[in-house]
Design a binder for this molecule. Structure first.
Ligand code: SAM
Length: 281
């Protein structure tokens, strides 16, 4: 290779929709690598033929990583260079690659990033939410109880929460986020960089109650404002002020917490903690 020594592992980002979103360096590295390790060789073939790249591919995905990583490591030890790509975006971001990167690092092989598109960063920078402080969570678990537990773990973070989601589960995920976090600003970024790209801003309660207004297909990034962060609506009234106003009203602790959560936008759990102990740990 021109500037980079052989026998190295390149983590190459590829387009998330628009095939023009590839860097000059990515094209060069893919051209000059000895092998491209691709998540799905059929998907990557389209990209390679668009850019006239003849490099041979081998498949490297979540189910064969343990078996393929040693083979690729031995090729790199022999002096060959390997470029890892996934179906779209940046490998390792909710995509295969961890086993290979770790094995390469353990074997003393240099691992080089070739940066480029990711749905995470593309969604974040158009969201209007805090882009300097965020947690990327990728996909939430399918099982409802696990999903709620993981959302709860994120609930005290004041920066932006970023999730990937499949079109069939978006409504369900919004409902669970609303249930655990209360009402918060949310941005739904769909089909980024593609012809039907759409970015919708609103709140969890609004999208939960009225739906997303989008077809049940395409690829989605969900971005949720942090606790106590900015809102797209008017400012929510202070929870402690509302709690004071509810004093003396004869309702059960559960109803008080429910009402507090509704009126202030804080989560049910926080509303319960605030109304029972006077503060949120
Ligand atoms: N590694 C990729 C990256 O860097 O973004 C992500 C791979 S992950 C398996 C695929 C998920 O990323 C999709 O289900 C969707 O949530 C999100 N995604 C990928 N492309 C997208 C796009 N063009 N617009 C919105 N979300 C996208």
């Amino acid at each position: 290779m021109d500037n980079d020594r052989p026998g190295e592992l390149y983590i190459v980002s590829t387009p998330i929709g628009n095939l023009e979103d590839i860097t000059f360096r990515a094209v060069r590295v893919l051209n000059e690598a000895d092998i491209i390790a691709a998540e799905d060789t059929r998907v990557t073939r389209g990209l390679l033929s668009r850019y006239g790249i003849p490099t041979p591919m081998i498949s490297y995905h979540a189910h064969n990583a343990q078996e393929k990583a040693p083979l690729l490591i031995s090729r790199m030890k022999e002096g060959q260079s390997v470029a890892l790509v996934s179906d779209a975006g940046t490998p390792l971001l909710s995509d295969p690659g961890e086993v290979l990167v770790r094995s390469a690092a353990d074997a003393g092989i240099a691992v080089r990033p070739v940066p480029g598109p990711s749905a995470l960063l593309s969604g974040l920078v158009v969201s209007g939410l805090d882009a300097g402080r965020f947690i990327f969570h990728g996909f939430l678990p399918r099982k409802e109880s696990d999903c709620k537990r993981e959302i709860r773990e994120l609930s005290r973070f004041s920066g932006t929460l970023v999730f990937y989601e499949s079109p069939r589960r978006v409504d369900k995920t919004i409902a669970l986020l609303a249930e655990v976090l209360g009402d918060r600003p949310v941005v739904l970024a769909r089909e980024l960089t593609k012809v039907f790209e759409s970015v919708k801003r609103g709140t969890l309660f609004t999208f939960r109650d009225k739906g997303t207004g989008e077809p049940e297909k395409g690829e989605w990034v969900l971005l949720v404002g942090g606790c106590g962060g900015q809102t797209f609506d008017e400012e929510k009234p202070e929870a402690s002020g509302i709690l004071k106003a509810l004093e003396g009203i004869d309702i059960s602790p559960t109803d008080r917490a429910r009402l507090l959560s509704r009126l202030s936008g804080i989560s049910r759990r926080d509303a319960y903690l605030l109304s029972s102990s006077g503060n949120i740990p």
